[in-house]
Design a protein around this ligand. Structure first.
Ligand code: SAH
Ligand code: SF4
Length: 390
Protein backbone atom coordinates (compact mmCIF):
# COMPACT_ATOMS: atom_id res chain seq x y z
CA UNK A 1 0.00 0.00 0.00
CA UNK A 2 1.32 3.42 -0.91
CA UNK A 3 1.13 6.53 1.20
CA UNK A 4 -1.79 8.91 0.77
CA UNK A 5 -1.19 11.54 -1.87
CA UNK A 6 -2.40 14.41 0.26
CA UNK A 7 -3.79 14.64 3.70
CA UNK A 8 -4.76 18.16 4.53
CA UNK A 9 -6.02 18.83 7.97
CA UNK A 10 -8.79 21.31 7.61
CA UNK A 11 -10.01 23.48 10.39
CA UNK A 12 -13.27 24.86 9.18
CA UNK A 13 -14.93 26.90 11.92
CA UNK A 14 -18.34 25.74 10.83
CA UNK A 15 -19.83 24.08 13.80
CA UNK A 16 -21.41 26.61 16.08
CA UNK A 17 -20.79 26.21 19.77
CA UNK A 18 -23.61 24.44 21.58
CA UNK A 19 -26.16 27.22 21.38
CA UNK A 20 -29.30 25.30 22.14
CA UNK A 21 -30.64 26.43 18.77
CA UNK A 22 -32.31 23.75 16.69
CA UNK A 23 -30.37 22.57 13.66
CA UNK A 24 -32.59 22.83 10.57
CA UNK A 25 -30.48 20.43 8.52
CA UNK A 26 -32.09 17.01 8.14
CA UNK A 27 -35.63 18.04 9.11
CA UNK A 28 -38.29 16.82 6.70
CA UNK A 29 -40.58 19.46 5.21
CA UNK A 30 -43.26 18.63 7.80
CA UNK A 31 -40.79 18.90 10.66
CA UNK A 32 -39.43 22.15 9.28
CA UNK A 33 -42.94 23.55 9.08
CA UNK A 34 -43.61 22.68 12.73
CA UNK A 35 -40.31 24.23 13.78
CA UNK A 36 -40.98 27.47 11.92
CA UNK A 37 -44.46 27.76 13.41
CA UNK A 38 -43.14 27.06 16.91
CA UNK A 39 -40.63 29.89 16.43
CA UNK A 40 -43.41 32.34 15.57
CA UNK A 41 -44.07 32.01 11.84
CA UNK A 42 -47.79 32.70 11.26
CA UNK A 43 -49.49 29.49 10.10
CA UNK A 44 -50.88 30.87 6.83
CA UNK A 45 -47.33 31.78 5.78
CA UNK A 46 -45.72 28.54 6.91
CA UNK A 47 -45.90 26.70 3.61
CA UNK A 48 -44.26 29.51 1.70
CA UNK A 49 -41.56 29.99 4.37
CA UNK A 50 -40.73 26.28 4.33
CA UNK A 51 -40.23 26.49 0.57
CA UNK A 52 -37.99 29.54 0.84
CA UNK A 53 -35.82 28.30 3.69
CA UNK A 54 -35.60 24.86 2.11
CA UNK A 55 -34.35 26.30 -1.17
CA UNK A 56 -31.72 28.43 0.56
CA UNK A 57 -30.35 25.54 2.54
CA UNK A 58 -30.53 22.68 0.06
CA UNK A 59 -30.51 24.29 -3.35
CA UNK A 60 -28.20 27.25 -2.79
CA UNK A 61 -26.14 25.78 0.05
CA UNK A 62 -26.49 28.91 2.20
CA UNK A 63 -25.48 28.62 5.88
CA UNK A 64 -26.24 32.08 7.12
CA UNK A 65 -29.80 33.31 7.67
CA UNK A 66 -28.64 36.85 6.86
CA UNK A 67 -27.97 35.74 3.27
CA UNK A 68 -31.60 34.64 2.72
CA UNK A 69 -32.37 37.83 0.87
CA UNK A 70 -35.95 37.13 -0.15
CA UNK A 71 -36.97 37.08 3.53
CA UNK A 72 -37.69 40.27 5.50
CA UNK A 73 -34.85 41.37 7.78
CA UNK A 74 -36.94 40.87 10.94
CA UNK A 75 -37.82 37.37 9.90
CA UNK A 76 -34.18 36.53 9.19
CA UNK A 77 -33.32 37.74 12.69
CA UNK A 78 -36.08 35.58 14.16
CA UNK A 79 -34.70 32.54 12.35
CA UNK A 80 -31.16 33.26 13.50
CA UNK A 81 -32.37 33.51 17.11
CA UNK A 82 -34.09 30.14 17.05
CA UNK A 83 -32.14 27.99 14.62
CA UNK A 84 -28.78 27.02 13.24
CA UNK A 85 -27.70 25.43 9.97
CA UNK A 86 -24.91 23.18 11.03
CA UNK A 87 -22.96 20.39 9.34
CA UNK A 88 -20.47 17.79 10.51
CA UNK A 89 -17.04 19.30 10.84
CA UNK A 90 -14.39 18.12 8.39
CA UNK A 91 -11.35 16.93 10.31
CA UNK A 92 -9.26 15.52 7.48
CA UNK A 93 -9.60 15.02 3.77
CA UNK A 94 -7.42 12.48 2.00
CA UNK A 95 -7.18 12.40 -1.77
CA UNK A 96 -6.19 9.13 -3.40
CA UNK A 97 -4.03 8.75 -6.48
CA UNK A 98 -7.21 7.78 -8.36
CA UNK A 99 -9.09 10.93 -7.29
CA UNK A 100 -11.15 9.24 -4.57
CA UNK A 101 -11.61 11.52 -1.56
CA UNK A 102 -12.08 10.27 1.97
CA UNK A 103 -13.50 12.67 4.50
CA UNK A 104 -13.17 12.17 8.21
CA UNK A 105 -16.01 14.09 9.83
CA UNK A 106 -16.54 14.98 13.46
CA UNK A 107 -20.07 14.94 14.80
CA UNK A 108 -21.66 15.85 18.13
CA UNK A 109 -20.10 14.10 21.09
CA UNK A 110 -16.69 14.10 19.41
CA UNK A 111 -17.44 10.95 17.40
CA UNK A 112 -16.06 10.50 13.93
CA UNK A 113 -17.46 9.01 10.74
CA UNK A 114 -16.16 8.65 7.21
CA UNK A 115 -17.65 9.49 3.83
CA UNK A 116 -15.99 8.70 0.50
CA UNK A 117 -16.35 10.46 -2.85
CA UNK A 118 -15.63 8.30 -5.89
CA UNK A 119 -15.32 10.13 -9.24
CA UNK A 120 -16.16 8.00 -12.25
CA UNK A 121 -16.51 8.50 -15.99
CA UNK A 122 -19.60 10.67 -16.45
CA UNK A 123 -20.76 10.38 -12.87
CA UNK A 124 -19.65 10.54 -9.28
CA UNK A 125 -20.78 8.63 -6.23
CA UNK A 126 -20.73 9.62 -2.61
CA UNK A 127 -20.58 6.73 -0.15
CA UNK A 128 -22.10 7.76 3.18
CA UNK A 129 -22.16 6.25 6.64
CA UNK A 130 -25.30 5.58 8.66
CA UNK A 131 -23.79 4.71 12.04
CA UNK A 132 -20.61 5.28 13.99
CA UNK A 133 -19.18 1.76 13.76
CA UNK A 134 -21.52 -1.20 13.38
CA UNK A 135 -23.17 -3.63 15.80
CA UNK A 136 -22.75 -6.45 13.31
CA UNK A 137 -19.48 -8.26 13.09
CA UNK A 138 -18.97 -9.49 9.55
CA UNK A 139 -15.62 -11.20 9.76
CA UNK A 140 -14.16 -9.64 6.59
CA UNK A 141 -15.17 -6.04 7.35
CA UNK A 142 -12.98 -3.50 9.08
CA UNK A 143 -15.92 -1.44 10.32
CA UNK A 144 -17.21 -4.61 11.96
CA UNK A 145 -14.22 -4.65 14.29
CA UNK A 146 -15.38 -1.36 15.75
CA UNK A 147 -18.22 -1.43 18.22
CA UNK A 148 -21.18 0.82 17.57
CA UNK A 149 -20.88 4.10 19.30
CA UNK A 150 -24.17 5.47 18.06
CA UNK A 151 -26.66 5.94 15.25
CA UNK A 152 -26.31 9.00 13.06
CA UNK A 153 -29.08 11.58 13.03
CA UNK A 154 -30.72 12.63 9.74
CA UNK A 155 -28.70 15.89 9.97
CA UNK A 156 -25.48 13.92 10.15
CA UNK A 157 -26.42 11.75 7.18
CA UNK A 158 -27.59 14.64 4.96
CA UNK A 159 -24.64 16.66 6.27
CA UNK A 160 -22.16 14.24 4.70
CA UNK A 161 -23.52 15.10 1.26
CA UNK A 162 -23.50 18.83 1.98
CA UNK A 163 -19.92 18.79 3.26
CA UNK A 164 -18.82 16.92 0.13
CA UNK A 165 -20.67 19.42 -2.05
CA UNK A 166 -18.84 22.20 -0.22
CA UNK A 167 -15.51 20.51 -0.78
CA UNK A 168 -16.20 19.96 -4.47
CA UNK A 169 -17.55 23.51 -4.87
CA UNK A 170 -20.80 22.13 -6.16
CA UNK A 171 -23.54 24.57 -5.28
CA UNK A 172 -25.35 26.49 -8.06
CA UNK A 173 -24.00 29.80 -6.71
CA UNK A 174 -20.60 28.59 -7.75
CA UNK A 175 -21.76 27.80 -11.25
CA UNK A 176 -22.29 24.07 -10.78
CA UNK A 177 -24.71 22.30 -13.13
CA UNK A 178 -28.14 21.27 -11.85
CA UNK A 179 -28.57 18.13 -13.89
CA UNK A 180 -27.09 14.67 -13.76
CA UNK A 181 -23.69 15.86 -14.95
CA UNK A 182 -23.10 16.96 -11.37
CA UNK A 183 -19.94 15.74 -9.68
CA UNK A 184 -22.06 13.99 -7.06
CA UNK A 185 -24.74 12.35 -9.17
CA UNK A 186 -25.23 9.21 -7.10
CA UNK A 187 -25.24 8.19 -3.48
CA UNK A 188 -24.66 4.83 -1.85
CA UNK A 189 -25.38 3.95 1.77
CA UNK A 190 -22.37 1.68 1.93
CA UNK A 191 -20.11 3.42 4.42
CA UNK A 192 -19.91 2.61 8.09
CA UNK A 193 -22.90 0.99 9.70
CA UNK A 194 -26.00 -1.02 8.88
CA UNK A 195 -28.52 1.47 7.46
CA UNK A 196 -31.53 -0.70 8.25
CA UNK A 197 -30.61 -0.67 11.95
CA UNK A 198 -31.05 3.10 11.82
CA UNK A 199 -34.14 3.02 9.63
CA UNK A 200 -36.04 6.17 10.63
CA UNK A 201 -33.03 8.47 10.43
CA UNK A 202 -31.93 7.03 7.09
CA UNK A 203 -35.45 7.33 5.71
CA UNK A 204 -35.85 10.95 6.80
CA UNK A 205 -32.40 11.84 5.51
CA UNK A 206 -33.21 10.30 2.12
CA UNK A 207 -36.48 12.28 1.99
CA UNK A 208 -34.40 15.42 2.24
CA UNK A 209 -31.81 14.21 -0.26
CA UNK A 210 -34.47 13.12 -2.80
CA UNK A 211 -36.53 16.33 -2.59
CA UNK A 212 -36.62 17.83 -6.08
CA UNK A 213 -36.38 21.43 -4.84
CA UNK A 214 -33.09 20.89 -3.09
CA UNK A 215 -30.32 18.31 -3.15
CA UNK A 216 -32.41 16.54 -5.72
CA UNK A 217 -30.93 13.08 -6.14
CA UNK A 218 -33.57 10.81 -7.60
CA UNK A 219 -34.43 7.58 -5.81
CA UNK A 220 -32.94 5.63 -8.69
CA UNK A 221 -29.57 7.20 -8.00
CA UNK A 222 -29.50 6.11 -4.37
CA UNK A 223 -28.53 2.58 -3.38
CA UNK A 224 -28.92 1.29 0.14
CA UNK A 225 -26.80 -1.69 1.07
CA UNK A 226 -27.92 -4.04 3.82
CA UNK A 227 -26.36 -7.12 5.31
CA UNK A 228 -29.87 -8.62 5.34
CA UNK A 229 -32.09 -7.08 8.01
CA UNK A 230 -35.12 -8.93 6.67
CA UNK A 231 -37.94 -7.23 8.66
CA UNK A 232 -36.95 -3.79 7.30
CA UNK A 233 -36.58 -4.73 3.64
CA UNK A 234 -40.23 -4.25 2.65
CA UNK A 235 -40.30 -0.90 4.49
CA UNK A 236 -37.26 0.20 2.52
CA UNK A 237 -39.23 -0.29 -0.68
CA UNK A 238 -42.38 1.34 0.65
CA UNK A 239 -40.98 4.24 2.64
CA UNK A 240 -37.76 5.11 0.79
CA UNK A 241 -38.09 3.49 -2.64
CA UNK A 242 -34.38 3.60 -3.43
CA UNK A 243 -32.41 0.80 -5.05
CA UNK A 244 -31.31 -2.08 -2.87
CA UNK A 245 -28.00 -3.89 -2.57
CA UNK A 246 -27.54 -6.92 -0.39
CA UNK A 247 -24.32 -8.17 1.12
CA UNK A 248 -24.78 -11.77 0.07
CA UNK A 249 -21.23 -13.11 0.08
CA UNK A 250 -21.91 -16.84 0.44
CA UNK A 251 -24.07 -19.58 -1.05
CA UNK A 252 -24.51 -21.87 1.95
CA UNK A 253 -25.80 -20.98 5.40
CA UNK A 254 -22.75 -22.60 6.90
CA UNK A 255 -20.36 -20.17 5.21
CA UNK A 256 -22.67 -17.16 5.42
CA UNK A 257 -23.11 -17.71 9.17
CA UNK A 258 -19.39 -17.08 9.51
CA UNK A 259 -19.01 -14.23 7.05
CA UNK A 260 -22.22 -12.34 7.75
CA UNK A 261 -23.33 -13.41 11.23
CA UNK A 262 -26.77 -11.82 10.86
CA UNK A 263 -27.43 -14.92 8.71
CA UNK A 264 -27.90 -16.88 11.94
CA UNK A 265 -30.98 -14.75 12.57
CA UNK A 266 -32.30 -14.52 9.01
CA UNK A 267 -30.85 -17.22 6.81
CA UNK A 268 -30.38 -17.32 3.05
CA UNK A 269 -33.86 -18.72 2.28
CA UNK A 270 -35.59 -16.10 4.46
CA UNK A 271 -33.54 -13.32 2.94
CA UNK A 272 -34.28 -14.43 -0.62
CA UNK A 273 -38.01 -14.55 0.11
CA UNK A 274 -37.91 -10.92 1.26
CA UNK A 275 -35.91 -9.95 -1.83
CA UNK A 276 -38.33 -11.58 -4.26
CA UNK A 277 -40.93 -9.02 -3.19
CA UNK A 278 -38.66 -5.97 -3.28
CA UNK A 279 -38.74 -4.84 -6.92
CA UNK A 280 -42.49 -5.33 -7.08
CA UNK A 281 -42.97 -3.13 -4.03
CA UNK A 282 -40.81 -0.23 -5.08
CA UNK A 283 -41.08 -0.60 -8.83
CA UNK A 284 -37.33 -0.35 -8.76
CA UNK A 285 -34.67 -1.82 -10.95
CA UNK A 286 -32.58 -4.87 -10.27
CA UNK A 287 -31.30 -5.80 -6.86
CA UNK A 288 -27.53 -5.75 -6.54
CA UNK A 289 -26.04 -8.80 -4.89
CA UNK A 290 -22.69 -7.86 -3.41
CA UNK A 291 -20.28 -10.74 -3.26
CA UNK A 292 -16.85 -10.30 -1.72
CA UNK A 293 -14.24 -12.60 -3.26
CA UNK A 294 -12.31 -14.39 -0.52
CA UNK A 295 -9.59 -16.78 -1.53
CA UNK A 296 -10.65 -20.40 -0.93
CA UNK A 297 -13.67 -19.42 1.17
CA UNK A 298 -16.57 -18.58 -1.18
CA UNK A 299 -15.04 -18.34 -4.64
CA UNK A 300 -15.33 -21.79 -6.24
CA UNK A 301 -17.11 -22.63 -9.50
CA UNK A 302 -19.57 -24.58 -7.40
CA UNK A 303 -20.32 -21.43 -5.40
CA UNK A 304 -20.95 -19.52 -8.61
CA UNK A 305 -23.36 -22.17 -9.88
CA UNK A 306 -25.14 -22.35 -6.54
CA UNK A 307 -25.46 -18.58 -6.51
CA UNK A 308 -27.28 -18.43 -9.82
CA UNK A 309 -29.59 -21.25 -8.76
CA UNK A 310 -30.45 -19.47 -5.52
CA UNK A 311 -31.33 -16.13 -7.05
CA UNK A 312 -33.31 -17.50 -9.97
CA UNK A 313 -36.39 -15.35 -10.60
CA UNK A 314 -35.01 -12.23 -8.90
CA UNK A 315 -34.08 -9.34 -11.23
CA UNK A 316 -30.48 -9.06 -10.16
CA UNK A 317 -26.99 -7.90 -10.87
CA UNK A 318 -24.03 -9.53 -9.13
CA UNK A 319 -21.34 -7.15 -8.01
CA UNK A 320 -18.13 -9.04 -7.35
CA UNK A 321 -15.95 -7.20 -4.86
CA UNK A 322 -12.29 -8.21 -4.65
CA UNK A 323 -11.60 -8.39 -0.92
CA UNK A 324 -9.95 -5.22 0.36
CA UNK A 325 -7.35 -5.94 2.95
CA UNK A 326 -6.98 -4.21 6.27
CA UNK A 327 -4.49 -4.71 9.09
CA UNK A 328 -5.17 -8.02 10.84
CA UNK A 329 -7.74 -9.25 8.31
CA UNK A 330 -8.16 -13.04 8.41
CA UNK A 331 -8.68 -13.43 4.63
CA UNK A 332 -6.93 -12.95 1.33
CA UNK A 333 -8.30 -11.63 -1.93
CA UNK A 334 -9.13 -14.26 -4.57
CA UNK A 335 -6.79 -14.26 -7.55
CA UNK A 336 -7.75 -12.37 -10.70
CA UNK A 337 -8.26 -15.60 -12.69
CA UNK A 338 -10.53 -17.07 -10.05
CA UNK A 339 -12.61 -13.91 -9.93
CA UNK A 340 -12.90 -13.92 -13.73
CA UNK A 341 -13.91 -17.58 -13.83
CA UNK A 342 -16.58 -16.93 -11.19
CA UNK A 343 -17.83 -13.87 -13.07
CA UNK A 344 -18.00 -15.90 -16.26
CA UNK A 345 -20.30 -18.54 -14.82
CA UNK A 346 -22.62 -15.89 -13.40
CA UNK A 347 -22.57 -13.97 -16.66
CA UNK A 348 -23.34 -17.04 -18.76
CA UNK A 349 -26.38 -17.65 -16.55
CA UNK A 350 -27.72 -14.29 -17.74
CA UNK A 351 -26.71 -11.91 -14.97
CA UNK A 352 -24.51 -8.85 -15.22
CA UNK A 353 -21.47 -9.63 -13.09
CA UNK A 354 -19.21 -6.57 -12.91
CA UNK A 355 -16.03 -6.88 -10.91
CA UNK A 356 -15.79 -3.80 -8.73
CA UNK A 357 -12.53 -1.93 -9.15
CA UNK A 358 -11.19 -1.12 -5.72
CA UNK A 359 -11.05 2.66 -5.33
CA UNK A 360 -9.00 4.69 -2.91
CA UNK A 361 -7.15 1.70 -1.51
CA UNK A 362 -4.07 3.81 -0.83
CA UNK A 363 -6.07 5.87 1.66
CA UNK A 364 -8.04 2.93 3.12
CA UNK A 365 -11.20 4.27 1.52
CA UNK A 366 -12.22 1.10 -0.33
CA UNK A 367 -15.25 -0.99 0.64
CA UNK A 368 -14.96 -2.41 4.11
CA UNK A 369 -11.84 -0.49 5.01
CA UNK A 370 -13.56 2.39 6.77
CA UNK A 371 -12.96 2.71 10.40
CA UNK A 372 -12.56 6.01 12.15
CA UNK A 373 -10.14 6.78 14.91
CA UNK A 374 -12.84 6.85 17.56
CA UNK A 375 -12.92 3.10 17.78
CA UNK A 376 -14.03 1.51 20.98
CA UNK A 377 -13.28 -1.94 22.30
CA UNK A 378 -11.47 -3.22 19.28
CA UNK A 379 -11.46 -6.98 18.92
CA UNK A 380 -8.08 -8.64 18.87
CA UNK A 381 -6.61 -10.33 15.81
CA UNK A 382 -7.07 -13.73 17.46
CA UNK A 383 -10.71 -12.98 18.23
CA UNK A 384 -11.38 -11.92 14.65
CA UNK A 385 -9.75 -15.09 13.32
CA UNK A 386 -11.63 -17.29 15.80
CA UNK A 387 -15.01 -15.77 14.85
CA UNK A 388 -14.19 -16.20 11.17
CA UNK A 389 -13.41 -19.87 11.82
CA UNK A 390 -10.00 -19.68 10.17
N1 SAH B 1 -23.60 -2.55 6.42
C1 SAH B 1 -24.02 -2.51 5.09
C2 SAH B 1 -23.39 -1.41 4.26
C3 SAH B 1 -21.91 -1.13 4.44
S1 SAH B 1 -20.74 -2.26 3.84
C4 SAH B 1 -23.77 -3.85 4.43
O1 SAH B 1 -23.11 -4.67 5.01
O2 SAH B 1 -24.30 -4.08 3.37
C5 SAH B 1 -20.66 -2.01 2.08
C6 SAH B 1 -20.20 -3.25 1.31
O3 SAH B 1 -18.79 -3.49 1.46
C7 SAH B 1 -20.89 -4.50 1.79
O4 SAH B 1 -21.29 -5.31 0.73
C8 SAH B 1 -19.80 -5.17 2.56
O5 SAH B 1 -20.06 -6.53 2.71
C9 SAH B 1 -18.59 -4.85 1.74
N2 SAH B 1 -17.33 -5.05 2.45
C10 SAH B 1 -17.10 -4.97 3.77
N3 SAH B 1 -15.81 -5.22 4.05
C11 SAH B 1 -15.19 -5.46 2.88
C12 SAH B 1 -13.83 -5.73 2.50
N4 SAH B 1 -12.87 -5.78 3.41
N5 SAH B 1 -13.56 -5.89 1.20
C13 SAH B 1 -14.53 -5.78 0.26
N6 SAH B 1 -15.81 -5.51 0.55
C14 SAH B 1 -16.15 -5.35 1.85
FE1 SF4 C 1 -21.55 -3.83 9.44
FE2 SF4 C 1 -21.85 -3.99 6.77
FE3 SF4 C 1 -19.40 -4.20 7.87
FE4 SF4 C 1 -21.18 -6.17 8.18
S1 SF4 C 1 -20.26 -5.49 6.23
S2 SF4 C 1 -19.88 -5.29 9.80
S3 SF4 C 1 -23.10 -5.04 8.33
S4 SF4 C 1 -20.73 -2.41 7.93
Amino acid sequence: MTAPITQDVLTIPRKLPETGRLNLVGLTRDQLREALIAAGTPEPQARMRVGQVWQWIYHWGVRDFAAMTNLAKDYRALLADSFQISLPEMVTRQVSADGTRKYLLRIAGGHEVEAVYIPEEGRGTLCVSSQVGCTLTCSFCHTGTQKLVRNLSPAEIVGQLMVARDDLGEWPTRGAPRDETRLISNMVLMGMGEPLYNFESVRDAMKVVMDGEGLSLSRRRITLSTSGVVPEIARTAEEIGCLLAVSFHATTDEVRDKLVPINRRWNIATLLDALRDYPRLSNSERITFEYVMLDGVNDSDEDARRLVRLIRGIPAKINLIPFNEWPGAPYRRSGQDRIRAFADIVHKAGYASPIRTPRGEDIMAACGQLKSATERGRRSKAQIAAEAGV
